[in-house]
Ligand binder design. Sequence first.
Ligand SMILES: Nc1ncnc2c1ncn2[C@@H]1O[C@H](COP(=O)(O)OP(=O)(O)OP(=O)(O)O)[C@@H](O)[C@H]1O
Length: 319
Amino acid sequence: MSSLAIEASELTKDYGNGRGCRGVTIQVKEGEAFGFLGPNGAGKSTFVKMLVGLIRPTGGSAALFGERVGTIEAKRLIGYLPELYRYQEWLTGEEVVRLHARLCGVKPPEAQRIIPRLLEEVGIGARGRDRVKHYSKGMQQRLGLACALVNDPKIVFLDEPSSALDPLGRSDVRQILQRLKAQGKTLFLNSHLLEDVEILCDRVALLNNGHVLHTGTVSDVLQEKTRWHFRVGGFTPLLLQWLREASALPVSQADLPVPDGSDTVWLAAELDNEEQAGWLNTLMIEQGITLYEVSKARTRLEEWFVSAVSGLSHRGERP
Ligand SMILES: Nc1ncnc2c1ncn2[C@@H]1O[C@H](COP(=O)(O)OP(=O)(O)OP(=O)(O)O)[C@@H](O)[C@H]1O
């Protein structure tokens, strides 16, 4: 069996309307947690649906642990929590998981043994005998996670796993995913909750308009640029314009609090290195701008995402 959990080569889905997923090539190693990011309509769910065998690619190829996607051998390795989940509301939570266990070929005695533990793990142990129609959306999402794990999958695809959860629920799910990762499971996470991605994932890919724009480790992505803040006095909008042109750096005014009674303002810039910060300081002093405070912060994944997609002409999907 291949040690690559996912090997997608030029994987394409053309829905016939110019939308979908185009030529996506990525590799995910066994045991990795991989974050798949992109604006709404970028093609993330389409890509996952091809990998789990729910829709057929119109081009390219993909395999999970060496098994061609869509085959029963590949499907056996998968756990999947879809973005839009709906469970039989006349069944109890326990019955829904049992049904999924049967569909996955888990033997009844084994199902009997693992289902209470699974329901406990996802946080609905006490309500397992209630009907799904009495579950909140968050509980249904937790139930979906139990269904995704019932066959002890090697790779778990999670499409927005925390979308219905409150902050406490999100933190529970994050812990469950961290445990799965520690057990050596491969995780493929589609999420707009970039804080979770940052905590959980080893690598990310950024998709826009069906294409991969960027792939890298989370630490590389976060180290690409550092956000610097400068609190300055004697500042005018004209000086900001001048500073931008003279430095050729992306300086902007930042909406950060200043001390009471101070007529200072904050400037911000994403910089590649300290030399650029020094260069900005020199230019400011030359223009009579007084520098009161300088700070630098690591870029968060959220800022990286916003700056990577905000300049694109087609964001997410074509109109
Ligand atoms: N069955 C379909 N038929 C035609 N077009 C579709 C179909 N499913 C999705 N699309 C289009 O394909 C593009 C990608 O959709 P997809 O759901 O994969 O995006 P996404 O990145 O998962 O979005 P979101 O973050 O909003 O969930 C969108 O433009 C969408 O409108």
